[in-house]
Design a protein around this ligand. Structure first.
Ligand SMILES: [Zn+2]
Length: 358
């Protein structure tokens, strides 16, 4: 389904993860595959997956196993080191770069100890507008709708275009049995009238609303559901002090991911500049050093965005285009594979195929 955001259209389904078993670089022409110099992985959260409609969580156990595979069979390098030399091919064989998007607190509590244990560098791309906030707006919706708790029967949202109303009917109750079924099947959007479907409908509706109003509406939904901010403790954004502690680790680089996590191809020129440079300024204020790496929220960018980053002394920018990096890649459009929640053997198979250029 395509949902609109002003005059710009967002391809809603593209935010969905592709299962790792279906991802491959086989489609590359041989001449391109021969130029492959490494891969960049993007993670979001290191947490038990539960019902994870966007496939953004890798369990701590699987993350540990993936790091073990990378340490054993790959050559982990920092994004900065990789970018400074990949165009000349002067990077270690089987180079692997690890990145995290958004700036979740679990990157600090769960991922950092494991990164240190395996001595693997990583770049954390932070959306500065959410630092220290109780939740990212999309996680508040997931927590409210996709956990096996009772909700009120009627939900009414006041939008600029009128009211949007839901009668939850049987979905007032979300049994643990149904929740666990949904965790396993994670059927895209669920059956009509189900909790999963209502979640997606509310999520899509909110994409139609300007950002500031969207945050207000999410806050209204939090109240409607009877939640308070501490109910979102498992998915909170990084705090200022966590970012500082992160930065004090030699293995970690802090990168920018805009202020409000908006797709950059859906905002006007002034807003785009603010999203990029206000984020950089805020992060530089926290860590007192240059922030020069960037990741496009939702992987969405336009020509102006990448040119702007280049012009104003960023080193590189990462997309969500899933392919290995080759020598000819534009450093401001670096492809990345989204890491899936799979264990060591499956991860090793996938990584081997990437390295072999298949
Ligand atoms: Zn993001």
């Amino acid at each position: 389904m395509i949902v609109g955001c002003g005059s710009h259209q967002i391809d809603y389904k593209q935010f969905k993860m592709v299962p790792i078993s279906k991802r491959t670089s086989r489609d590359q022409p041989e001449s391109v595959a021969a130029d492959n110099v490494g891969i960049i992985l993007s993670y979001h959260r290191i947490a038990d997956p539960g019902l994870d409609p966007w496939g953004l969580r890798v369990s701590p156990e699987n993350f540990e196993n993936q790091l073990s595979v990378i340490r054993k069979f790959g050559a982990p390098v920092s994004l900065r080191d990789f970018v400074s030399s990949y165009q000349t091919g002067n990077v270690p064989k089987n180079a692997v770069v690890i990145t995290f998007d958004d700036g979740y607190s679990d990157n600090f509590t769960e991922a950092l100890p494991l990164l240190k244990e395996f001595d693997i560098p990583s770049t954390i791309f932070v959306s500065s507008g959410f630092i220290g906030k109780p939740y990212f707006w999309w996680d508040a919706l997931e927590t409210i709708f996709l956990r096996p708790y009772r909700l009120p029967r009627n939900l009414t949202l006041c939008l600029d275009s009128g009211q949007a109303e839901w009668n939850l009917g049987n979905a007032v109750h979300y049994t643990r049995e149904q929740y666990e079924k949904d965790c396993i099947s994670c059927k895209w959007r669920g059956e009509p009238g189900s909790r999963l479907r209502i979640y997606h409908e509310v999520y899509e509706t909110l994409w139609l609303v300007p950002f500031r109003r969207r945050l207000e509406i999410v806050s209204e939904i939090v109240q409607w559901a009877g939640y308070d901010n501490c109910d979102f403790a498992v998915c909170i954004p990084l705090s200022t002090s966590q970012i500082r502690k992160f930065d004090s680790e030699d293995l970690i680089t802090i990168g920018a991911h805009t202020v409000n996590h908006l797709p950059l191809d859906t905002v006007n020129g002034n807003e785009r500049n603010d999203e990029i440079f206000d984020c950089r300024e805020k992060l530089q204020g926290i860590i007192s050093k240059l922030v020069d790496t960037f990741a496009y929220p939702h992987g969405k960018y336009d020509h102006e965005s990448s040119k702007l980053l280049e012009k104003y002394d960023f080193l590189c920018a990462c997309t969500t285009e899933e392919s290995p990096v080759n020598k000819r890649c534009n450093p401001f459009l670096l492809p990345r594979f989204a890491a899936a929640n799979v264990g060591g053997p499956e991860f090793l198979n996938w990584l081997s195929e990437c390295f072999a250029g298949r």
